[in-house]
Design a binder for this molecule. Structure first.
Ligand code: ADP
Length: 182
């Protein structure tokens, strides 16, 4: 499923983000930057040790990565050339600024991609696994934030949401339908 937003193609696909060939893929990392489970574990497993080594370097230089911020490494052995590591919020019921922090994670990742001159980027569903953010509200924040960004900045050619399971994929598709201009 896809939608043009300005000059950018925004699409939703089901799949494994580690296999994407976009200029960058986004990792739903944690503040330690030292790897973890879920998509983080999959990216480090498939990408090999250089990504973790670069994360270690970043960690040594600037300490833990705050929620809502993003950093970039190479793609190691992956097909993509860059991994953007961002930290989404842990869900605490929705009253602890989760939506703003989730929006920031998407926005900062997009900003970093544009700053580096990249043209295409793939996102997973940040925070909706181990971090417990319910998928429907997370999808609304994710898609609206990306659409708002693309309406301000037309330098990216392609933004893809690569979703791992059928239920998450369906919810993102339904949400994009709702957000589409009528
Ligand atoms: P978080 O800690 O931010 O919640 P998780 O990695 O636990 O991150 O989960 C985020 C989402 O990523 C979940 O929907 C999970 O199913 C999905 N996911 C896990 N592995 C992959 C993968 N290889 N490609 C794309 N999405 C994945």
């Amino acid at each position: 499923m896809d939608l043009p937003v300005g000059k950018t193609r925004l699409s939703i696909a089901r799949g494994d983000i580690t296999e994407q060939e976009t200029d960058a893929i986004v990792n739903a990392a944690n503040s330690s930057l030292m790897g973890g489970g879920g998509v983080d574990g999959a990216i480090h497993r498939a990408g090999g040790p250089t990504i973790l080594e670069e994360c270690r370097q970043i960690r040594a230089e600037r300490g833990r990565l705050p929620t809502g911020e993003a950093v970039i490494t190479t793609g190691g052995n992956l097909k993509t050339h860059h991994v953007i590591h961002t930290v989404g919020p842990v869900w605490h019921g929705g009253t602890k600024g989760e939506a703003d922090l989730l929006a920031s994670a998407y926005r900062e990742s997009l900003r970093l991609a544009v700053e580096r001159g990249l043209k295409s980027i793939s996102f997973p569903s940040i925070s909706t696994g181990a971090y417990g953010y319910p998928v429907a509200p997370a999808a609304r924040v994710a898609l609206q934030t990306v659409i708002d960004f693309l309406n301000q900045d037309d330098s990216l050619a392609e933004v893809v949401f690569v979703l791992f399971d059928p239920k998450t994929t369906r919810i993102y598709e339904e949400t994009l339908q709702e957000l589409m201009p009528k």
